[in-house]
Design a protein around this ligand. Structure first.
Ligand code: NM2
Length: 541
């Protein structure tokens, strides 16, 4: 019986927070949903600009680090464990779920019909910004949010020789040994809260898309029961995987899913409106660079269009909520890389992967609307986004097959993301695990069920809309924690820099140095930190 590995304190606080989000909706769906919306509004009104500044600031900080002298610092000795291509693929699949299959194809439609900057709906200018804004929300500065925790975490483990990949460990430069006490626990709980919110958002968007697909393919009525059926099926799937620890199988599934995603993109690029895709993408890159700062800090205080609240803040919240999770993972697989390559790899690799979706899927759908081939906007307005997504896919050559494969990719993306999140959560809410030891099987399954149950409760309470923006709420504490991590990292590296560079140079001239000698910046920690919580693949947490 491994009941003693459960961190009861963290578990009970996490459960209390989950209860806070779900119980009001269970008791009174209407008032409960209204309560969540009030919290959301309060956050967007009071902290909106903070989210915007934090994202832009983090992006600037990473560029400064990457291209400054600290970029040369190598995180851990030896060669990187993975080839650059697999490393980028791993980072991409860890951070991107079914969300891109949803927004990649339809985000433009919202901007085209309700554009920012007071532009006329459906105008040529609105079209330019429509195809650009998605690339902004899934672009460099968004990936900066993902990237930023990976640097202090990797630094804490590979340079400072801490053995835990937790967020609290990465804050040690500032909080010191309080990382082992209540402060550390609070940080880890915020991490869990964030991840729960991020996953909630992904499930709330992914489920209706899959429901629409099932309705379209098999004629099943789109009811709450269908949504619940999908979530429960996913839950059964995770539970089996989590219980039996089917990591290798899942890793394979995830790899093939990525290939399939790329194959669909290439197919559409070739057999879809190629010239329009290329032209619109090129225009968007130009519009993005021209307007980057305006987009980054757009708050519309006079016009009060609510554009930034509905979109940019929603996105930044979602990215922040996932960021510590993906940061831990990126840190785990980046041993032996320099800080610069870690930053550039994530910013460029991640961005290009996302832009592929927006350039190809999004522009194709936009082409169908503009040429009148598919009334995407009408469908969006009358039947909702999932129906508009499916109609766009259906209009392609071999549309039926593309549609089925597309839904398959979305389902697998969703399943693998929730599965690895459950692994991570069960690990963070454990204690005294030996190196390499995993949380108890039932505990992993418990987290899988808990994650999905939240979405079931909120869906049941008709809180799908609230669930879709849940991550804006759960991101708030993480914004502050990330700033703490940055401060901690800067404090460390300023002191260590000379020694590290010296060691790196010695290591080059004297290859006989042992690994231990190459990075002895800090004496080994005495306390028995936990084993690294993520290992080779995102499924081997
Ligand atoms: N982000 C990248 O469902 C998903 O794609 C998860 C979403 C944060 C917008 C990640």
């Amino acid at each position: 019986m491994r009941g003693n590995t459960i961190d009861k304190q963290i578990l009970s606080i996490a459960l209390a927070l989950v209860a806070l989000l779900t119980v009001p909706i269970l008791i009174n769906p209407e008032k409960g949903t209204a309560f969540l919306k009030t919290v959301l509004n309060t956050i967007t009104i009071n902290f909106g600009p903070l989210y915007l500044w934090a994202c832009l600031g983090i992006f600037g900080f990473l560029l400064w680090i990457a291209f400054g002298k600290y970029g040369k610092v190598k995180l851990g000795s030896g060669k990187p464990e993975f080839s650059t291509f697999s490393w980028l693929a791993l980072i991409f699949t860890a951070g991107i779920g079914s969300g891109i299959m949803y927004w990649g194809i339809i985000e433009w439609a919202y901007y085209y019909s309700s554009p920012p900057y007071g532009l006329d709906p459906l105008s040529v200018e609105a079209a330019s910004f429509a195809s650009t804004y998605g690339m902004f929300h899934w672009g460099f500065s968004a990936w900066a949010i993902y990237c930023v925790p990976s640097i202090p975490i990797a630094y804490a483990v590979y340079i400072k020789k801490h053995t835990s990949f937790r967020l609290s460990t990465a804050c040690r430069g500032i909080i010191g040994d309080r990382a082992d006490g209540i402060v550390g626990k609070i940080i880890d709980i915020c991490f869990m809260f964030g991840l729960i919110g991020g996953i909630g958002t992904s499930l709330a968007l992914g489920t209706p898309l899959l429901a629409e697909g099932i309705h379209h393919l098999f004629g099943v009525e789109k009811t709450l029961t269908l949504n619940l059926g999908i979530v429960v099926s996913l839950m059964v799937f995770f539970s089996i995987c989590l219980y039996f620890g089917l990591k290798k199988g899942l890793k394979l599934l995830s790899d093939w899913n990525l290939y399939l995603y790329m194959a669909i993109a290439v197919f559409i690029f070739i057999f879809g409106p190629t010239a329009f895709i290329v032209a619109s993408f090129s225009e968007s890159v130009g519009v993005l660079f021209q307007n980057f700062f305006r987009m980054s800090l757009y708050t519309d205080p006079v016009g009060k269009s609510g554009f930034s609240e509905s979109w940019t803040l929603f996105y930044w919240g979602w990215w922040f909520s996932y960021a510590p999770f993906t940061g831990m993972f990126a840190a785990r697989i980046s041993k032996g890389r320099t800080i610069k390559s870690l930053i550039i790899g994530q910013l460029v690799g991640g961005t290009l992967g996302c832009w592929l979706a927006f350039a190809i899927f999004g522009n194709t759908s936009m082409f169908f609307e503009i040429t009148g081939l598919v009334p995407v906007l009408d469908i969006l307005q009358n039947e909702g986004a999932p129906a508009a997504i499916l109609a766009s896919l259906n209009a392609l050559p071999l549309g039926g097959i593309v549609l089925v494969l597309y839904l398959l990719v979305a389902a697998i993306f969703l399943a693998t993301t929730v599965n690895s999140a459950a692994y991570t959560l069960s690990d963070v809410a454990s204690q005294n695990l030996q190196a390499g030891e995993e949380p108890a099987r039932w505990y992993r399954v418990f987290w899988g069920i808990l994650l999905t149950s939240i979405s079931i409760v909120l869906m049941y309470g008709d809180g799908l809309e609230a669930l879709q923006t849940l991550s804006v709420i759960t991101a708030l504490p993480l914004v502050f924690i990330m700033l703490l991590m940055i401060a901690s990292f800067v404090k460390w590296i300023r002191v260590d820099y000379d020694t590290i560079i010296q060691e790196q140079e010695n290591a080059v001239t004297d290859c006989s140095h042992s690994e231990e000698e190459q990075v002895p910046v800090e004496k080994k920690r005495k306390r028995s930190d936990k084993a690294p919580i993520l290992s080779k693949t995102r499924f081997e947490n």
